[in-house]
Design a protein around this ligand. Sequence first.
Ligand SMILES: Cc1cc2nc3c(=O)[nH]c(=O)nc-3n(C[C@H](O)[C@H](O)[C@H](O)COP(=O)(O)OP(=O)(O)OC[C@H]3O[C@@H](n4cnc5c(N)ncnc54)[C@H](O)[C@@H]3O)c2cc1C
Length: 472
Amino acid sequence: MNFDRIPLSRRNLLKAAGAGLLAGGTSACSSQPQAKAPIGVVGKDGKRVLPWSNWSGNQSCQPNERLVPRSEEQLLDAIRNASQNIRSVGSGHSFSGLVPTDQTLLSLARLRGLENINPETMEADVWAGTRLSQIGRKLWDHGMSTINMSDIDTQALGGALATSTHGTGKDLGTLSTHVTQMRIANAAGEIIECSADQNSDLFHAAGNNLGALGIMTKARIKTDKAYHLKEHSWMMSEQEGLERAEELRDSHRHYEMYALPHSDYMLGIAIDKVDPADIPENQAEPSGDAYEAFRMMSNLIDYMPFARSWLVNFGAGGVEPETRYGKSWEIFGNLRDIRFNEMEYTVPAEVGPQCLREILQTIKQKNIPVIFPIEARYIKGDDVWLSPFYQRDGFAISCHNFHDKDYKKYFAAIEPIFWKYDGRPHWGKIHTLAAKEFAARYDRFDDFLRVRKEMDPDGRFLNEHLRHTLGV
Ligand SMILES: Cc1cc2nc3c(=O)[nH]c(=O)nc-3n(C[C@H](O)[C@H](O)[C@H](O)COP(=O)(O)OP(=O)(O)OC[C@H]3O[C@@H](n4cnc5c(N)ncnc54)[C@H](O)[C@@H]3O)c2cc1C
């Protein structure tokens, strides 16, 4: 996916205008040193414990303890000796309230790396604290690639597997579906191993565990032979994008769309394996950050809301097609340095384009002030109990707004449309559902709760958000 490299021609004009407006709004700066209170609280050991915040800044907390064990044994000791609740954190890329706690915040950032990389079985063991970006690079040295990847690759493996993190591809499931074994520490401080044949209930629950079953320390993942990718992106009309969605999905290994609210356009991105011999020697330079261009356009629109539709069409109409090539991990990993908040629901694949059309119409009809592109992806169904793709192929629709713009009214207007199409929310993104609604959407919800109770009878791994969403 290469949305951050789209050549938004005419963007310099918008950028200059947006930058000018921003500069005009900057308040006077002072060089006087300001006395500031120390950040954080003093922990049990007398050391300062820093507050925590997620990537977009919409979730934050002040834990009274932070733990970063150096080994599985240290982790198990910490759990056995814990006198309060423990929440695990990966890289803080979830938008929902999965992580915040005022008690112990535990990170596996020191338990990272790959082991037992086996090009014969095409499997590798990955510590849960490993960032996804490290996996593809390391596998490449052994002639292997990840089967798929999410939009970005900065998440920790443990965090990604906790929420069914996915990429796109009609025949490709979430990252959890590439896992064959896991090691999870329960509340008694014991490691429980699971796979499709061993502790299989735990395995089916753990593919979307929300950090509610315990702390996952390591996973064995299936991989593919090392491969190169060709990514092609092009702008088409919204009408064409919606009508050709299934055809394009079926003719590419990965296909996704970016619909541009208030415009008549949609961007298609198709990614396929390519023979390295077919990669041109001189690749065109990537053309810049389209998210940044949208940010500038959004600033401009704040001052001229009446021109919203015209401006977005003007920018989108100038987008040229672009192709880039690279190793699998180079093409998969996008950079997102414009922050945003996000709601994502997955609806059954067959009604996906219809649901997306209704969302785009609603934004226009209600004149919702958002221009942030809406991402839509196809993902293969699975048998992970709380996966949004449980027993059905899905079409995931992701609505965003810039982190400093109001997303609540926008998401409130769109969420009922997802419900109408039997949508299931991404557990790591913003939604307003509680246990009752989840129970109605997931046949194995009660089974998940049973396994949770076996792993953690006293709810030591829960926080307020999980108690609300799981009804514990
Ligand atoms: C810019 C951006 C792009 C994104 N792109 C995608 C995308 O393409 N596809 C997609 O599906 N999602 C995407 N997401 C969402 C993201 O992948 C998920 O929210 C993911 O769970 C975040 O992983 P993390 O490592 O940051 O975990 P955190 O957000 O820190 O934690 C998430 C959950 O994992 C649990 N957890 C963390 N480590 C462990 C462990 N070792 N054992 C047990 N539980 C653990 C936590 O307790 C928590 O419940 C994106 C998010 C952002 C901000």
